[in-house]
Design a protein around this ligand. Structure first.
Ligand SMILES: [Zn+2]
Ligand SMILES: [Zn+2]
Length: 271
């Protein structure tokens, strides 16, 4: 898939939920504000069968939208062959760029942990089979995650830890496995010391930016619903933390997104 890139720098929101009511009611407005903020591509994320189908629909309708399909750990269950076939069929759509979000959430712990682990494994198999990267949602479960994912790494496309919330040691272990760390708006919060440390120390060619809209709204809009155009505040904060220019962060994270999601033009024309 090719994207013409004109001059200037622009951003990719690598993780949003455009089908959620906070956003879906005013998509034209959402896209207009993206345009004004220089956010040109959005990856909208499936969390179950219904939202995965909605994500694919949105990607068909809007040129700037790409999709993922998968089952969130909050809905974890033993996937039947029928479920897996369904996700596999959706994953074959040309604008589906990854499987997920899949993972382990021991913070909210809404599903039994063994079931969460099984559901992650089943989707990892699927990602390998479909030759697409995975988008991981991992909260307070990084050790178990590493145990499960490590045997897959050889066969799995370089994948993404969305809303990376681990400490620097965990970041190093994930980077060593070839993963990308996606940074959300929480990095703008005053008490986000550990996340800010990760952002300062990680190699820039392994960072992505995301909103997780409508959640995790960055400063200065904290408390209001989040939207993809606000990913700019996250990129600006990363530049501030690293002591570099915003343009450098925008170019690098956009180039990284192209690499991960297999978009043909990897952003080099921006240089
Ligand atoms: Zn998530
Ligand atoms: Zn999400």
């Amino acid at each position: 898939m090719r994207h013409k890139q004109d001059e200037g720098v622009w951003l990719v929101d690598t993780h949003a939920h455009l089908d959620f009511p906070e956003l879906s009611g005013d998509l034209d407005g959402v896209f207009q504000r993206c345009h004004a903020a220089g956010v040109r591509l959005i990856v909208t994320i499936g969390i179950d069968e219904k939202t995965s189908r909605a994500a694919v629909e949105l990607s068909r309708r809007y040129p700037q939208v790409y999709a993922t399909v998968g089952l969130h750990p909050h809905g974890a269950r033993r996937l039947s062959n029928r479920d897996l076939e369904h996700f596999e069929r959706l994953a074959a759509e040309p604008k589906v760029v990854a499987l997920g979000e899949m993972g382990l959430d021991y913070y909210r712990d809404r599903q039994p942990r063994p079931l969460q682990r099984l559901c992650l494994e089943q989707q990892l198999e699927l990602a390998v089979r479909c030759r697409k990267p995975a988008v991981f949602h991992i909260r307070e479960a990084h050790e178990d995650f590493l145990k499960i994912v490590t045997p897959y790494v050889e066969r799995l496309q370089p994948s993404v830890l969305h809303c990376f919330s681990g400490d620097w040691d965990m970041a190093v272990r994930c980077l060593d496995l070839g993963f990308y760390l996606s940074i959300p708006g929480t990095v703008t919060y005053k008490n986000a010391w550990e996340q800010q440390r990760v952002v300062r120390m990680a190699p820039l060619d392994r960072l992505l930016v995301e909103t997780d809209a409508p959640y995790l709204t960055p400063v200065p809009f904290r408390g209001k619903p989040n939207e993809p155009s606000y990913v700019r505040y996250t990129a600006e904060k990363i530049a501030e933390l690293r002591g570099c220019l915003f343009e450098e962060v925008a170019r690098a994270t956009t180039r990284n997104a192209h690499r991960v999601f297999g978009w043909a033009n990897d952003g080099r024309t921006q240089e």
